[in-house]
Design a protein around this ligand. Structure first.
Ligand code: PAF
Length: 280
């Protein structure tokens, strides 16, 4: 079956109104295209929660900084649509930039809370407001019951969850566990940039997080366990941006020994920046 692609909000609403008229539920999977197995897992998880799955493909200019080359972001729509059809998605929404940000567009979602905790936001200050703005629009345009986001981008998942709650958007944001290679390396389109040796080294990021979580569970102070992980990663050849233990929901620094924690890390191998996180 060929997968239907709609390119403007009117056509999207016609399709979703048809689903509603049939009494069907649906999930949205927001993406910027260049899909890999991690995205396909989101589609498959969406199919477990809802009768229909809508995937959006939109390279969002608002989440790119001036020095990040928006024009060079990979655009692989035909291959993406083929993967989505194979995975069982029902509809693709691939709008043009003018549909999302028409002339005169003047509204942004500006986030605090989990968007301002000194993790990814320290390195990409405009990123989460850009994400929150486009995701708020995609949620209201689609009117979906569920939204699927990967835990791989854990801070993004917390930001989007907070935004939907704060704006009373009637959608349930569902986090989907990270898909990993056998070595533990999280799947990411950036892994393609790693040399063979770096690819092998890269699994060290996940392993160091697992070690730190084990130590924290055995009673070690999170600050000590994360400092050891940073040192160990540096010895492995990583240039570490952060390894941090944070409250699993707010991403604030932990205050009490019994709150749920998440370990989050970002580090460079050569010219490739990798991120990962695990529950403690
Ligand atoms: O994770 C992404 O691909 C993007 O940040 C998202 C959520 C599709 C918003 O543009």
């Amino acid at each position: 079956m060929t997968l239907n692609i709609v390119r403007n909000i009117l056509d999207l609403r016609k399709e979703t109104a048809g689903w509603r008229a049939e009494g069907l539920t649906y999930a949205v999977v927001p993406t910027m295209g260049a899909l890999h197995q991690g995205h396909i897992t989101l589609v498959k998880e969406g199919l477990k929660h809802a009768d229909r799955v809508l995937t959006t493909i939109f390279v969002n200019p608002k989440q790119f900084a001036a020095h990040e080359d928006l024009g060079r972001y990979p655009r692989t729509e035909a291959a993406d649509v083929a993967m989505l059809a194979e995975a069982g998605a029902h509809l693709v929404f691939a709008p043009a930039p003018e549909d999302i940000y028409p002339p005169g567009f003047a509204t942004s979602v500006v986030m605090a809370g989990p968007a301002k905790v000194g993790l990814e936001d320290k390195y990409r200050p405009q990123f989460f407001d850009g994400v929150a703005t486009v995701v708020a629009k995609l949620f209201t345009q689609s009117g979906a019951d569920f939204a699927m986001f990967g835990e791989k981008d854990y801070q993004q998942l917390m930001v989007v969850t907070r935004m939907a709650r704060d704006l009373d958007l009637p959608i349930k944001v569902i986090g989907v566990p990270t898909v990993r290679e056998e070595s533990g390396l999280a799947l990411s389109s950036r892994n393609a940039y790693l040399s063979k040796t770096e690819h092998h080294q890269a699994a060290g990021l996940h392993q160091r997080l697992v070690n730190a979580a084990r130590k924290i569970n055995a009673g070690q102070k999170p600050s000590r366990a994360t400092a050891a992980a940073r040192r160990s990663l540096a010895l492995l050849g990583f240039k570490v941006d952060y390894v941090a233990a944070r409250n699993a929901e707010t991403l604030a620094l932990p205050k009490s020994p019994d709150e749920p924690l998440r370990l989050l890390a970002a580090a460079w191998l050569g010219t490739t920046r990798l991120i990962d996180n695990i529950a403690v």
